[in-house]
Write a protein that binds this ligand. Structure first.
Ligand SMILES: Cc1cc2nc3c(=O)[nH]c(=O)nc-3n(C[C@H](O)[C@H](O)[C@H](O)COP(=O)(O)OP(=O)(O)OC[C@H]3O[C@@H](n4cnc5c(N)ncnc54)[C@H](O)[C@@H]3O)c2cc1C
Length: 490
């Protein structure tokens, strides 16, 4: 094993594999350490179409296409008594993605980046980093030897990319900069079912999302015939039930019985795995990059799984990091400038989705419980300026929507409490008309006629949030041809 490398990547999930593979393609010497041996189980099965162009850039798209994963053409929401059919892309330009078995997907990516020249060590856990001032310079890592003993080694590097997921090595061991949001303090419980019915509503291979009084359920069809079914509920609601003596299993099965859609899909089915549980509290790091380091994917921030955005964010941030580092190593940009772009772009991409997810929660008008109230963004979750910028990014150019007026109205009125309460909140629509603070409760009589517009709004808002962050004003953007890197707007 070499004693030094240009870039050390910690973690072999989609974020780590993507950044390592893209950098190896640019001719850099990259070492990736993954503490587990693949294939290994991981949650996060429902992908968004935005992942596919990045898989293409990595040169692994054909292998993924050949894997036989369930194609996913959208989502179906049974949301507070309303039914929304969300099809990816516009009708003439339909997009799809995959529902994947992450053990298979992640191994395929990791094996692929080995072929691209990344030195991959599995069963290698990075324990801690060594610093020169604020700059990490080396890592202590351990791996089990043939004698069953874990030996420790050291490796030096120019840059380290922390892609260690929710474990977040750099933050947990050194920076201590992870901040949990007040919103989305949720808990997920899930398991796998055999013999479930196929969802007949919604696009082919859709993820089914059904709301219940105290949360929501997902149903993800996998290629092997199993249905992944999970419940997301608030930690307070869950803890209160546990104190009443209700077991986690009962909480899960009660929710399934309560959802007519998921309950019906599972009527002939059998739960074939033990239940798994995770606190999926949302958080963001104070910094996404700093002297000699980048945080990628869940190591930087995590967003509630309602819109299945995790792998997208991991691969998107990995691509931005690879472009930044490739340009820095080639001497085209300084570290600070490249990291400035990374920090702004990734944070803004994350915040845009945070706003869309919170808005989507606020759209559930059929359920009125602590869970739904607790999903509102507050100004402690992000600043008013950040919220406003995210929101403007999402709705700018939204004229292409069928009923622009209705959707703008909806967007403004139903935007999170934090924004509607913010004194300075008002802005002009594309038609020049000024919109003022809205009163979400005044929507009651308009709800039915706006149902279509809502589904369309969230579909478009999601698509918009997955695209690149508008950077023209800031002067830099990512290029993929002829080489991956950053460029100045002329
Ligand atoms: C309940 C729930 C449901 C979800 N559903 C979805 C979904 O449907 N769709 C979606 O896109 N996302 C979903 N997600 C999110 C998704 O799981 C993550 O966002 C995604 O896996 C992030 O990828 P990553 O590469 O950043 O991290 P990970 O995939 O977590 O990879 C990190 C890797 O780092 C390794 N590692 C950790 N510490 C060390 C160390 N010290 N040294 C070496 N290696 C280390 C780990 O073993 C792991 O393999 C869900 C999350 C939750 C909690």
């Amino acid at each position: 094993m070499d004693r030094s490398t240009q870039v050390l990547v910690i973690g072999g999930g989609p974020g780590g594999s993507t950044v390592a593979g893209l950098l190896a393609r640019e001719g850099l010497d990259v070492t990736l350490m993954e503490k587990q041996h693949f294939p290994r189980y991981h949650i996060g099965e429902s992908l968004l179409p935005s992942c596919l162009p990045i898989l293409e850039l990595l040169g692994v798209r054909e292998k993924i296409d050949a894997c036989g994963f369930q194609q996913k053409w959208g989502a179906y929401f049974d949301w507070g008594g309303e039914n929304w059919d969300v099809t990816f892309g516009a009708s003439e330009d339909r997009l799809y993605s995959y529902q994947v078995d992450r053990a298979v997907f992640d191994k395929l990516l990791l094996d692929h980046v080995k072929e691209l020249g990344v030195k991959v060590l599995e069963g290698a856990e990075v324990k801690r980093l060594g610093f020169d001032g604020e700059r990490p310079r080396s890592a202590v890592w351990s791996q089990e030897g043939p004698d069953g003993e874990a030996d420790e080694y050291e490796i030096g590097f120019d840059y380290v990319v922390d892609a260690s997921g929710r474990a977040g090595l750099l933050n947990s061991r050194h920076l201590h900069g992870r901040r949990y949001h007040e919103v989305f303090q949720n808990i997920a419980i899930w398991g796998y079912w055999e013999g479930a019915k196929t969802l007949t509503a919604g696009p082919d291979g859709a993820i089914a999302i059904g709301s219940v009084d105290d949360g929501w359920l997902w149903g993800i069809p996998l290629a092997d015939g199993r249905l992944s079914v999970g419940l997301v509920t608030h930690k307070e609601v869950f803890n209160a039930k546990r104190q009443e003596g209700i077991t986690s299993e009962e909480v899960y099965h009660d929710a399934i019985r309560e959802s007519s859609m998921i309950g019906d899909l599972l009527a002939p089915a059998e739960l074939v795995t033990p239940l798994r549980m995770e606190k999926d509290y949302s958080y963001a790091s104070e910094r996404f990059a700093g002297p000699g380091y980048f945080l990628v994917g869940d190591a930087a921030c995590f967003l509630d799984p309602l819109l299945s955005t995790g792998v997208h964010l991991a691969m998107y941030s990995a691509m931005l990091t690879a472009a930044s580092l490739a340009s820095v190593f080639r001497g085209e940009f300084g570290e600070e400038e490249a990291q400035g772009l990374y920090e702004r772009s990734y944070r803004q991409a994350y915040l845009r989705l945070l706003v869309v997810v919170s808005n989507l929660y606020q759209q559930n008008r059929g359920q009125d419980s602590y869970f739904w109230e607790a999903q509102r963004l507050t100004l402690r979750d992000c600043s008013a300026e950040e919220l406003k910028q995210s929101f403007v990014d999402i709705v700018s150019g939204i004229e292409d929507l069928r009923d622009a007026q209705a959707t703008l109205d909806l967007a403004v009125r139903t935007t999170s409490k934090a924004m509607t309460e913010w004194e300075g909140w008002n802005w002009k629509s594309s038609t020049g008309e000024e919109w003022q603070k809205g009163d979400p409760d005044s929507l009651t009589n308009e709800e039915r006629e706006m149902e279509d517009a809502r589904a369309q709004f969230f579909n478009t808002a999601l698509q918009r949030s997955l695209g690149p962050v508008p950077e023209q004003a800031r002067g830099l953007y990512v290029v993929t041809e002829p080489r991956l890197g950053l460029a100045h707007y002329k």
